[in-house]
Design a protein around this ligand. Structure first.
Ligand SMILES: CC(=O)SCCNC(=O)CCNC(=O)[C@H](O)C(C)(C)COP(=O)(O)OP(=O)(O)OC[C@H]1O[C@@H](n2cnc3c(N)ncnc32)[C@H](O)[C@@H]1OP(=O)(O)O
Ligand SMILES: O=C([O-])CC(=O)C(=O)O
Length: 381
């Protein structure tokens, strides 16, 4: 048998432009800057649907009717509480670790606690996916409070997904404008085809490993600042720049130092991210609603940097740019921003895990070797 030795000219670093498989879940159309989930434009879903409806769509292929939505909501609400062992384990993690580490540990622990007999069947994976959708907000909220020196607030089954999350974080549900903006961000973050974290989940699944292992790995992939971690980096960057007047000079210095400007650029969209206009509008409404000089100053800085980046580099914001500012204005602490992304993307990841299993092929690319030629191991005296 001969071994395939790929020529270096065949290499697509970062798998850029490589089509790895088919998918029925979503499509990003670069030419028109559009994105659809199961055929529906994401803008329409964000305008007309709750996050729970979108989760149902991603998992089942169709939007739920009233009965299906009622049943879905009832099951999600019942699964929200954490058991005592999980709560105690998470409370023991050092506060110096990132909240994404807490979430990654939580999912890994859920996997260790869940019996393995039914692994891999579509019904079992749906049950696990719903459990994660319901429990991840409880983990994120408890950790958010712990870092503020506060005790956890139990989930409230009378509240919707987004409202309950605010209740568990802050002990109150904010005005509908704020909840709606959060829900829009959840809908927009839910799914984006073969992005790095989803692809990670598919790679793990392709070995016939379990759903919790795939999600744990996906959380690790999302944490990085070139992917989901960028929504936190955006807010750190705005803090570093400080005022709108400093935006241009700061940008020139950062570009001269070859820094990547966080929240800008995208592997697939080269003329702007399809999700940004709707998230930006929602963020603008939040700024108007806040009616505070600090919010207006941050919004002006945000706009100044966006405009300067367009002039200097012709590179446009991605979803993390408006979402980072929106999450700050909603009152979340910066290290919690990427966990909020996880709470949403759990739907897309698990839809892809199910799809991968339905038509599985082990994902295993080749590498073009560039190390030393074959040589003899020296004989040691
Ligand atoms: C939800 C999400 O995950 S969206 C992505 C979130 N990530 C970020 O916001 C991090 C900042 N952005 C980036 O690092 C990149 O744009 C990525 C990683 C998202 C996409 O990268 P790639 O598709 O690999 O594009 P690549 O890095 O090759 O960029 C192409 C060119 O644009 C430049 N560029 C792209 N993004 C940026 C940026 N944010 N700041 C400065 N320059 C940039 C690159 O330097 C490169 O220039 P060159 O051709 O002169 O070398
Ligand atoms: O598609 C990507 O590469 C990154 C992204 O925007 C996402 O995962 O939402």
């Amino acid at each position: 048998m001969t071994t395939a030795t790929p020529a270096q000219t065949d290499i697509r670093r970062g798998l850029a432009g490589v089509v790895a498989d088919t998918t029925e879940i979503s499509t990003v159309i670069q030419e028109t800057n559009s994105l659809t989930y199961r055929g529906y434009p994401v803008q329409d879903l964000a305008a007309r649907c709750s996050f729970e409806e979108v989760a149902h769509l991603l998992w089942h292929g169709e939007l739920p009717d009233a009965d299906q939505l009622g049943a879905f909501r009832a099951r999600e609400r019942a699964l929200r509480p954490l058991d005592r062992t999980t709560a105690e384990l998470l409370a023991r993690l050092p506060e110096t670790c990132h909240p994404m580490d807490v979430l990654r540990t939580a999912v890994s622990f859920f996997g260790a606690e869940d019996p393995a007999e039914d692994d891999g069947t579509p019904a079992a994976n749906l049950r696990k996916s719903l459990g994660l959708l319901a429990k991840l907000p409880t983990v994120v909220a408890a950790d958010h409070r712990r870092r503020r020196g506060l005790t956890p607030i139990q989930p409230d089954a009378s509240l919707g997904y987004a409202e309950n999350f605010f209740h568990m974080c802050f002990g109150r549900v904010p005005e509908p404008e704020v909840v709606r903006c959060f829900e829009i961000s959840l809908v927009l973050y839910a799914e984006h085809s073969f992005n790095a974290s989803t692809f990670t989940a598919r790679v793990v699944t392709s070995t016939l490993s379990d759903l919790y292992s795939a999600v744990t790995a996906a959380i690790g992939a999302l944490k990085g600042p070139l992917h989901g971690g960028a929504n936190e980096a955006v807010m750190h960057m705005l803090g570093e720049i400080g005022t709108p007047e400093r935006a241009e000079a700061w940008l020139d210095e950062a570009l001269a130092a070859q820094r990547k400007i966080m929240g800008f650029g995208h592997r697939v969209y080269k003329h702007g991210d399809s999700r940004v206009p709707i998230m930006q509008e929602a963020t603008d409404r939040l700024v108007a609603h806040a009616d505070a000089p600090e919010a207006a100053r941050l919004a002006a800085l945000h706009t100044a940097l966006r405009d300067a980046m367009a002039v200097r580099k012709g590179i446009h914001p991605n979803l993390d740019y408006p979402a980072g500012l929106a999450y700050h204005l909603m009152g979340f602490d910066i290290p919690t921003f990427t966990p909020l992304f996880v709470m949403s993307r759990i739907t897309g990841w698990t839809a892809h895990i199910t799809e991968q299993l339905a038509h599985n092929a082990l994902i295993r690319p080749l590498g073009a070797y560039t190390g030393p030629g074959q040589r003899t191991v020296p004989t040691r005296p």
